[in-house]
Every structure is written in structure tokens, then in C-alpha cells.
Design a protein around this ligand. Sequence first.
Ligand SMILES: NC(=O)c1ccc[n+]([C@@H]2O[C@H](COP(=O)([O-])OP(=O)(O)OC[C@H]3O[C@@H](n4cnc5c(N)ncnc54)[C@H](OP(=O)(O)O)[C@@H]3O)[C@@H](O)[C@H]2O)c1
Length: 222
Amino acid sequence: MSVEKSIAILGGTAGLGRALALRLTQAGRRVIIGSRDAERAAKAAQDVNRIIGGGLAVGDLNEEAAAKADLVFFAVPFTGLYQLAKNVKSKMKTGAIAVSCVVPLESDLGGGPEYLEPSSGSAAEALQAILGDGVRVVSALTYVPANALEDLNSSVDCDVVVCGDKEASKEVMEVLSLIKGIRPLYAGGLKYSRITERLTVLLIRLNRQYNSDRAGIRFTYI
Ligand SMILES: NC(=O)c1ccc[n+]([C@@H]2O[C@H](COP(=O)([O-])OP(=O)(O)OC[C@H]3O[C@@H](n4cnc5c(N)ncnc54)[C@H](OP(=O)(O)O)[C@@H]3O)[C@@H](O)[C@H]2O)c1
């Protein structure tokens, strides 16, 4: 029998991370919600437990959350990614999987919603460079709208392209497939995060054109 991987979500107190915590606890998984502030983490976990019912979410500082988990989701704005990665690097378990959900956008710096290319090519590759070989980085959820995840009454009508080390991606896909409606698809190595991160820009534009707050993606004939 395979042992369930423990899950932490860094930056899980709002937005995408919080929405993911809701969906994973709804699916019956324990989740550690990480934050820069212990009180905020505890409050977010309380909220998630109240909404879902039960006690599957706990809150902790990002560093502690990262130390306890096999699967560590990074769900913070790009502007905070490098410092967070440096803070948690020495704490993470050897063999842990880091999941980058991060998209570098000029809007993070007060500009428009255009992609801001990191020198390593993508946020996921930048994260891998900081965390080093002991941790396998997988890219996922980069263009999946938090609004769709948060709407617990509806299934999430999205395919999620996952890229990175194949075995690590498989572990991430198993967890993501617990979320009703999501179909995870494996694309290949981490360099394809250069494409999946950029898809966000397109979806932001489509949201504006078609007055939506959750444009998503389905791939057909596969
Ligand atoms: N929102 C979406 O629909 C969506 C979809 C796909 C991907 N993404 C990506 O997911 C990431 C998170 O997006 P979001 O919209 O959820 O962001 P957000 O709501 O602005 O932030 C999420 C959490 O990150 C933490 N945080 C904020 N600034 C930080 C910093 N400088 N350093 C460390 N932690 C910080 C905060 O937690 P504490 O203050 O408690 O530490 C905050 O609650 C982004 O990279 C975004 O591009 C978002």
C-alpha cells in the first residue's frame, strides 16, 4: 500500500493557495497552510476547516510547513518567490517535490499583465535553480483560475498541464486528480513551464474580452 504524501501550500492564506487548500481538504487530504505569519496561517486553516467541516487543515509558518511535507506547493507572487525559496531550501526533506504555481507578471511590479521572463526561462526553473538537486520541481496550476477552484459548488472545468521530472509529476497529478473536474496532463520536462506560465497572460486577456473571471483551458482529442 502506498503511503499518502503530506502536502504543504506555501502562501496558502489567500488566492490560489487557499483555493487549493479548500479543494484538497474537500477531497479528504490533510494540508498544511503556510504563511509568513503564524497567526495568519492558523486563521486560514480555521477558515478552511469551517467551510469544509472537519480538521484536515493546519496552519504553520512557511519554513515549518515546508519541512513537514513531501509535496510543497509554492503559491506566492513571483516577487516573493526567490526569498521564500532561499528561506525554505535547507528545511525541505531530501527527495521532496516542490510544485511551482508561480507566474512572473509585470503586474506584480505595478505594471500590466505581461509575462516577465526570468533569466532561467521560467519561475519553475528559477525555483529549481535555487532549491538544487535534492528537490524535484514540478510546474502545475500556473493558469488555473483561483476563482474556479474556490467555487466549491462547481467542478473545475480545466485541464492542468504538468511538467517536470516524470515520476515527480506523476505524484503531483495523482493529487490534482482528486479535484473534481480537473484532468492533469503530462507535457514533459520542466522547460515547458515557459509555455504554461505564459498561458496565464492569454487567459487574463480573454477574461477581459469576454467579461469572465475564470477563463480556463481544455485540450481536445487527447
Ligand atoms: N490567482 C490565480 O487565479 C492564480 C492562478 C494561477 C497561478 N497563480 C499564481 O499563483 C501565485 C499566487 O497567486 P495569488 O493570486 O494566490 O496571490 P496572492 O493572493 O497575492 O498571494 C497569496 C499569498 O502569498 C503570500 N505572499 C504575498 N506576497 C508575498 C511575498 N512577497 N513573499 C512571500 N509570500 C507572499 C501571502 O501570504 P502571507 O501574507 O500569509 O504570507 C498571500 O496570502 C502567483 O505567482 C500567481 O501568478 C495565481
